[in-house]
Design a protein around this ligand. Structure first.
Ligand code: MRU
Length: 345
């Protein structure tokens, strides 16, 4: 099995998701600038995976700080944290992981600089380990919701490639299959970055899970034909009221699911839930480079000078969400109470 992101001999190794499925290339990063660039350029992507990568980037940055006294160390450390926080704005897991690393730094100042560096590396590795465990739990809860012999539509890639391993939405599918159910998958190709075609199709095929690729505009037709029993997607940020920011096009899929009476589930860890954001309108939405829309594999497919929009995420209102599957169980409406309660469980 491939490894999405890994801490290896004080470097961070990541599978380069930009060149999948053509090539399976692993890049090695030796400093926090490299990791920040990899997050920004989508070498690594997917909310939990960028959280893990950011934590490792912070640890790598800390290791490289030359300062010997704690005050000077903390000054440099803050710069490292800021750099990683400036990479992508929507997935809250990134900020969650950086905050966790910052907390470890401030709670352990007494250790002295060298021991604190070791403690930060240990924390980043723990975030990585925990993520796989959390996804397995999401998979168990979510797997119970799927019926035997069912077909699930998913959008983008919320699989092993989007996490430390196993996946959130694809973790639910894996959980159902491991529980003895037969589950087939329809994967939206997910324009413009093609996470569905390039990544979801690749990892499910590798796992010998029955997967059929469709373009995004085929979802309505496929649902109307009665071919989909449930939709399961991941999330980049869930507001306190249950509104869900996820890959652009998710909102359209949710509307289609509603129209066709198909349950629409969101699978995400607690680190994706942002109780500080009351509703989805306040979630920052990343706008990416226009060439992702005007070019395919470096080849122009639209006229030069054309005006382009490229929002990378949209927000699905909570009324369209049947359930949010977390590592602590499945939350249903009213989301405000249910999501809050998860944090005191
Ligand atoms: O732009 P990306 O590829 O980082 O966006 C990823 C998604 O939108 C995923 O669906 C989401 O992060 C859930 S990943 C478990």
């Amino acid at each position: 099995m491939f490894k999405t992101v890994e801490w290896k001999n004080n470097t961070v190794v990541m599978i380069d998701q930009r060149v999948l499925p053509d090539r399976e290339v692993y890049n090695t990063y030796r400093d926090c600038k490299g990791v920040a660039g990899a997050i920004k350029d989508m070498v690594v992507r997917g909310a939990p995976a960028i959280g893990v990568a950011a934590a490792m980037g912070v640890a790598l940055g800390a290791l490289k700080i030359k300062a010997r006294d704690m005050k000077a160390f903390k000054k440099e450390f803050d710069k490292v944290a800021k750099l990683l926080a400036s990479t992508r704005p929507t997935a809250v897991n990134l900020f969650w992981a950086i905050e966790r690393m910052k907390r470890v730094a401030s709670d352990n100042e007494g250790l002295g600089v060298e021991s604190l560096k070791k403690r930060l590396v240990a924390e980043a590795r723990e975030i990585h380990r925990d993520d796989i465990e959390i996804n397995r739990r999401i998979g168990k809860f979510g797997g119970n919701l799927l019926k035997d012999n069912s077909t699930v539509l998913t959008h983008c890639n919320a699989g092993a490639l989007a996490t430390a391993g196993y996946g959130t939405a694809l973790g639910v599918i894996r959980g159902a299959i491991e529980g003895g159910k037969r589950v087939a998958v329809y994967a939206d190709e997910t324009r413009p970055f093609l996470q569905g075609a390039r990544l979801t199709a690749w990892e499910l095929k590798k796992d010998k899970i029955d997967v059929t690729l469709i373009t995004d505009n085929m979802a309505g037709y496929i649902m109307k034909k009665g071919l989909i029993d449930a939709v399961v997607v991941g999330a980049d940020r869930i507001a306190a009221n249950g509104d869900v920011a996820n890959k652009i096009g998710t909102y359209t899929v949710a509307l289609l699911a509603k129209e066709h009476g198909i349950p629409f589930y969101v699978a995400a860890p607690l680190s994706t839930i942002d109780l500080n954001i009351k509703h989805g309108d306040n979630i920052p939405i990343e706008e990416r480079d226009s060439t992702e829309v005007t070019h395919l594999k470096g080849k122009r497919i639209a006229p030069k000078g054309i005006s382009v929009r490229n929002p990378a995420f949209d927000v699905t209102p909570n009324r369209l969400v049947t359930g949010i599957i977390t590592e602590k169980g499945v939350v249903r409406r009213p989301y405000a109470n249910g999501l809050k309660a998860l944090f005191s469980k």
